[in-house]
Design a protein around this ligand. Structure first.
Ligand code: P6P
Length: 331
């Protein structure tokens, strides 16, 4: 039966079908993605039951970012590590919640990939039931690269080969790219599977919506302020949830531009490069959008130097990123 939108495809069967198109495919992706699928279904259960199980609220400790850890941050982090740890082709895990990578096995022992993730992005919104999410990036470690896991992950020969997020919102949505377009799945709780609902998702080229925390406008560099003045005069709407996964998901589906600029106190902005901006940029570009870290700087061309470095972000519809970039280049 030829592929039609009526076919029922699970995440697992979709990834296996995609891999069969590539004779050289080793099944590595389906092995890793099935672990991420299991982990995020488990996290989704915890998120839905958070208030009931009273795991909401602060653990009282702070993570490597100096941010107060929510209980569910820690739980989500442990769930992901316990699911990915059993995958024999993963060498290292990098989590927003941990300063150093978790080493699973050496490159010689088959650890050909690293998985970088923010286990529960936007978790401060949990108490008010706003959409939160898991963001992940799959990096293929460069063959022959030696040194510490951090060096191997940051080496130019290592490259991001898959990226995605799971949004725990009114439904649990899994959005994924393995470099051949963006596909979207929704968790059908009655069968316990992520079901394919949209193949080759494309972001609208233009939409008069910007997503930014305007409370900090006085601390933005001049170019961002002049862009906002122009947008106000040009009839733009503002949508800002304060949870990156939810803001990016809306931008991906409806169009617009998501911006987290540098500020006077944070010269590199707030968002982390390797496990927030990098995977989201791959998704946005694969959907036909743009992602820049500044005027004339494609975000994915920035060479990372630290696992937890931050980076300014302007990503979304190509026309809308162009508008922002025009003002940044004039400053
Ligand atoms: P602000 C959540 O804490 C987060 O890391 C992202 O999910 C979100 O986009 C951003 O911070 C919100 O930051 O400074 O606007 O509260």
């Amino acid at each position: 039966m030829p592929w039609t939108d009526d076919n029922l495809m699970s995440l697992q069967s979709h990834v296996l079908a995609e891999e069969r198109q590539y004779p050289g495919a080793t099944g590595d992706f389906s092995w890793i993605l099935s672990a991420i699928s299991l982990a995020t279904k488990t996290i989704g259960n915890k998120v839905r039951r958070a208030r009931i199980e009273d795991v909401i609220g602060e653990l009282g400790e702070t993570n490597v970012q100096g941010e107060t850890q929510q209980k569910l941050d820690v739980i989500a982090n442990e769930i992901i590590k316990s699911c990915l740890g059993s995958r024999a082709n993963i060498g290292a895990l990098v989590s927003e919640e941990e300063e150093t990578p978790t080493i699973l096995r050496s490159h010689e022992d088959g650890g050909r990939y690293a998985v970088l993730f923010d286990p529960l992005d936007g978790s401060s919104n949990l108490d008010v039931s706003v959409g939160v999410g898991t963001i992940f990036s799959v990096v293929r470690l460069g063959d022959g690269v030696k040194g510490t896991p951090e060096h191997m992950i940051l080496a130019p020969e290592s490259r991001q080969v898959a990226a995605g997020y799971v949004l725990y919102g009114s439904s649990t949505v899994f959005v994924l790219t393995t470099g051949r377009g963006v596909d979207m799945f929704v968790l059908d709780h009655s069968i316990g599977s992520f079901v394919l609902v949209k193949r080759d998702l494309k972001i609208p080229k233009t939409r008069k919506v910007y997503s930014i925390n305007e409370a900090y406008v006085d601390r933005f560099p001049d170019g961002y302020r002049r862009y906002l003045e122009w947008a106000h005069s040009d009839g733009y709407s503002s949508r800002y949830i304060g949870s990156m996964v939810a803001d990016i998901h809306r931008t991906l589906l409806k169009g617009g531009v998501f911006i987290y600029p540098p500020t006077v106190d944070h010269a590199e902005g707030k968002l982390r490069y390797l496990y927030e901006a990098m995977p989201m940029s791959m998704l946005i570009e694969q959907a036909g959008g743009r992602s820049i870290a500044g005027a004339g700087t494609r975000l994915l061309d920035v060479k990372p130097t630290d696992l937890h470095q931050r980076i300014p972000v302007v990503m979304g519809s190509s026309d809308e990123v162009d508008h922002v970039e025009r003002f940044l280049s004039e400053s």
